[in-house]
Ligand binder design. Structure first.
Ligand SMILES: Nc1ncnc2c1ncn2[C@@H]1O[C@H](COP(=O)(O)OP(=O)(O)O)[C@@H](O)[C@H]1O
Ligand code: SF4
Ligand SMILES: [Mg+2]
Length: 320
């Protein structure tokens, strides 16, 4: 059984005047100790998917269907109590601006104690402090941060506090949604190296959402490429980045002159995302794809297996 399995997950934002199909027919299996990077340009539905996993989407304006199975349990069907029991302890999510979640009126250490006691109500202060110091080491923060208020920290320090918080209970699954993007390159790399050690030693599984393919290349085993709410290509980093089969993945990689070089964005592919409030009949990438033909515009390609976990959603790639 996979640790996390998404089966035909669809997410719509239902606004006054339109519906936006932010995620469409997402099928994805994530195994224990996998590290998978979800990449795609801004607006492709990555954060929506991350939020859907932990039911963090605004209920009033979203419709989610499909199955999101965590250790076989459908996260879309469990009770709010069951969901709370999983948060932090089994699954943690860190967003780019997670510091907004910190209260300005309490010291960092006190807030970490509070989160610790959600699942360990009897824990004593010394025990918690010891655990927090361990985590501060991982995210490269000094112990004195325990006694500071959030306003005394820089943005980067707060983000590192958020990552430490997410690891407090040794979750099985860690979702980082652009969580290290704003950190300087050295700090980002150092934190990810430490998290990779946890993956080896503690059975941690990581979903890393980023627009930065080079980070995925250097820190993930697998990759899933998203475009316009759809998965375009998934597989091992080795397969997909060395020999991309989907025209979008190929374009994406061309916009990165060097994986090890400085950060780039994904402006290498001419054109822009389609309007997700309009139903798209054929391939969502057709308007930007150099190989698009009539079939592409009429018939939506589905993810097909190329080899093992390597899958591509393109009429002209893999097996034809
Ligand atoms: N709260 C929201 N209300 C309405 N539309 C939203 C909301 N959040 C995201 N969207 C839309 O959903 C689509 C996917 O967005 P998002 O998941 O944030 O993509 P990404 O994380 O890949 O940049 C975009 O078209 C975006 O405008
Ligand atoms: S299905 Fe057609 S339009 Fe879509 S990526 Fe493949 S070749 Fe391009
Ligand atoms: Mg996002």
């Amino acid at each position: 059984m996979s640790l996390l399995e998404l089966k035909d997950v669809n997410v719509q934002y239902i606004l006054k005047d339109k519906k936006i199909m932010a995620c469409q027919h997402i099928d994805l299996e994530i195994e224990e100790r996998d590290s998978i990077g979800i990449v795609g340009e801004s607006g492709s539905g990555k954060s929506t998917l991350a939020n859907a996993i932990l039911r963090l989407l605004p209920k009033r304006i979203t419709a989610v269907d499909g199955e999101i199975l965590f250790e076989g349990k459908d996260l879309l069907k469990i009770t709010p109590e069951e969901l709370n029991a999983l948060r932090w302890k089994e699954i943690s999510v860190v967003f780019q601006k997670s510091m907004n979640a910190l209260s300005p009126v309490h010291k960092v250490g006190k807030q970490m104690e509070d989160v610790y006691r959600i699942h360990e109500p009897k824990a004593n202060r010394d025990e918690i402090r010891k655990r927090v110091y361990e985590l501060f080491k991982i995210v490269n923060l000094s112990d004195r941060v325990y006694e500071l208020y959030p306003h005394e920290l820089s943005g980067g320090m707060m983000q590192r506090v958020s990552i430490a918080l997410s690891l407090l209970h040794n979750p099985k699954l860690l979702v980082l949604d652009e969580a290290t993007t704003a950190l300087d390159v050295v700090t980002q790399s150092q934190i990810l190296q430490e998290i990779m050690k946890l993956e080896e030693n503690m059975n941690l599984t990581r979903i890393m959402i980023t627009h930065d393919v080079s980070v995925v290349a250097s820190t993930c085993k697998k990759i899933a490429v998203m475009y316009a709410g759809c998965l375009m290509e998934t597989g091992t980093v080795q397969d997909v980045l060395v020999n991309p089969k989907h025209p979008y993945t190929q374009g994406l990689l061309k916009s990165f002159p060097s994986f090890k070089g400085a950060k780039n964005d994904l402006r290498g592919i001419p054109g822009s995302l389609p309007d997700l409030s309009q139903e798209i009949q054929g391939c969502v990438f057709a308007d930007r794809c150099p190989y698009a033909d009539d079939r592409c515009r009429q018939e939506k390609p589905v993810l097909r297996v190329v080899n093992g976990c390597w899958k591509v959603a393109c009429h002209k790639a893999g097996g034809e």
